[in-house]
Ligand binder design. Structure first.
Ligand SMILES: [Zn+2]
Length: 76
């Protein structure tokens, strides 16, 4: 049996040798979502898409400024 990892959930569309588009639905089993299509003897297993590899840096915000500015109550 073939094994195909898919990133879609829950319906998996695939094409059989005769050209038919067949939809199967993943079912939860042993902690993973999988389904066996008898028509083409293929097991589809859901695998989450890989997380983004782009690093997320903290935005370079300035530290908060202490004290009031422009309040119009300057001491004289
Ligand atoms: Zn199939």
């Amino acid at each position: 049996m073939r094994t195909v990892y898919v990133a879609e959930y829950p319906a998996i569309q695939h094409r059989h040798d005769d050209g038919r588009i067949v939809t199967v639905r993943l079912k939860r089993r042993e902690g993973t979502f999988r389904v066996v299509c008898d028509g083409c003897a293929t097991e589809f297993i859901y695998r989450k898409p890989a997380p983004s590899r782009i690093a997320h840096f903290k935005s370079p915000l300035l530290p908060s400024v202490k004290g009031n500015w422009d309040t119009g109550d300057d001491e004289h």
